[in-house]
Structures are given as structure tokens and as C-alpha cells.
Design a protein around this ligand. Structure first.
Ligand code: GDP
Length: 219
């Protein structure tokens, strides 16, 4: 057996061992920009907390992001020294001034454009109300920043398979027509039924992969 076969492998991802790391109001206050990060975004009520809970089997985590004072922040969760999940603020629910929403949007856009370690964006949309204004903003920024996007059409259990698939095709078609399909993948998802959870994990694994030479070794 050659020595190379004993080489330490990059740490295997375990979404169950995730821990809250920190919150940041703006890009400048984010943790150091290294390793790999995947961000989750969605309008309020899109099912983001439920999806993060299903993925991590940890009900406390997403609740952390919903703690008063944290809902407008970028919340970071640690998977390993080099790998993080990020819960981005959703908006559209709060009765806040337009200027406040503009401010959040600005921080979001800056984060998406400037964050070097950001490997991809998971965008959650209720399958019964896809492609709202917020979603189109996020998609436009991501495509402009050449950032990959994986769309979850959430709460798919609310529809039968036929209509759910029809919605998926319709969203795909609209994205193509609007030139927003570059680097974008999408899937049907249900936190309640765990539909598509394995597919989401595979996408996250792919995005969060750290090249072997960059991963810490035991020696
Ligand atoms: P967030 O605001 O995006 O974090 O959304 P939540 O995860 O809090 O979900 C909003 C509402 O949708 C809650 O009442 C959830 O119970 C419900 N919900 C979330 N995911 C699902 C799902 O997969 N199926 C169904 N039927 N309801 C869901």
C-alpha cells in the first residue's frame, strides 16, 4: 500500500453537528472570509427555518436566527473550522419603513457580491408562490455575481405530484425566459415529508467541498 492511501481526508460533513457561530449586520462584520460557505435565503414564511431544522435535526438553530434582534442579521453556523452555513435575513413580513428594507437589501447584495468564500446560495420559495419580487432580486444579484443558486420549491407536500412538477417546469421556463437560469438548479422540497432532503445534502456537500491540499491534515 502506498503512503498516499493513508493521507488524511478532508473532514466529512455532518450537518447534525452544526453550531451557531455569530451574527453580523453587515459584510464588514462577518467572520473572516476563508474556507467555504453556503447561504440560505427566502422570503419570510418560505420555510427556511423548517428546512434548516430538517437538515440539521436541530430545532434550536433556526430559532436562533428568529430571536428578536437577530432577524435582520446575517447568522453564521459552523460545520467545521472551514465550512459554514449562513442564514440570510428574509424580509417582506415586518412592518418596517421602506428605507430599512432598502438597507437590508443593500447588505444582502454586498454579501452576495463580495463574499469570496461563498460557494452557493440556496433560495427557498413556497411552491405555491414562487418567483416573488424578493426571489427575483436575489436571483438577479446571484447571476450578476456568477454565484451558483439552488432553488428549493418548499412545502411540496401541499400539492400533488403532478401540480408540483408542473410548477417546477413553469419556474424553469420563466427563469430561462428571463435569462436567470445560468448556474441555477432547482428541486422540489418538503421539510414535513423530508422530500428532497438527500438531494439538498448532495448539493451542499458538492459546494462545501474543500480541496484536499487546503484541508488540515493530522501530521
Ligand atoms: P421561515 O419564515 O422561512 O423560516 O419559515 P418557517 O420554516 O418558519 O415556516 C413557515 C410556516 O410554514 C410554518 O407554519 C411551517 O410549519 C410551515 N412549513 C414549513 N415547511 C413546511 C413543509 O415542508 N410543509 C408544510 N406543509 N408546511 C411547512
Amino acid at each position: 500500500m502506498s503512503n498516499s492511501e493513508f493521507k488524511a481526508q478532508p473532514p466529512k460533513l455532518n450537518y447534525r453537528s452544526i453550531q451557531f457561530l455569530t451574527s453580523a449586520p453587515t459584510l464588514t462584520e462577518c467572520p473572516e472570509d476563508f474556507g467555504a460557505e453556503v447561504a440560505f435565503a427566502g422570503r419570510s414564511n418560505a420555510g427556511k427555518s423548517s428546512a434548516i431544522n430538517a437538515l440539521t435535526e436541530n430545532n434550536k438553530l433556526a430559532r436562533t436566527s428568529k430571536t428578536p434582534g437577530r432577524t435582520q442579521l446575517i447568522n453564521f453556523f459552523r460545520l467545521s473550522d472551514q465550512q459554514r452555513l449562513v442564514d440570510l435575513p428574509g424580509y417582506g413580513f415586518a412592518k418596517v419603513a421602506r428605507s430599512m428594507k432598502d438597507e437590508w437589501q443593500r447588505h444582502l447584495a454586498t454579501y452576495l457580491e463580495k463574499r469570496e468564500c461563498l460557494r452557493g446560495l440556496v433560495l427557498l420559495m413556497d411552491i405555491r408562490q414562487p418567483l416573488k419580487e424578493f426571489d427575483l432580486h436575489m436571483l438577479t444579484w446571484a447571476v450578476e455575481a456568477e454565484l451558483q443558486v439552488h432553488i428549493l420549491l418548499t412545502k411540496a407536500d401541499k400539492l400533488k405530484n403532478g401540480p408540483a412538477n408542473n410548477t417546477r417546469f413553469a419556474v424553469e421556463k420563466t427563469l430561462k425566459e428571463q435569462g436567470l437560469n445560468h448556474g441555477v438548479t432547482l428541486q422540489i422540497f418538503s421539510s414535513t415529508k423530508k422530500t428532497g432532503l438527500d438531494k439538498l445534502e448532495r448539493k451542499l456537500n458538492e459546494w462545501l467541498e474543500i480541496p484536499e491540499e487546503a484541508a488540515p491534515t493530522d501530521d
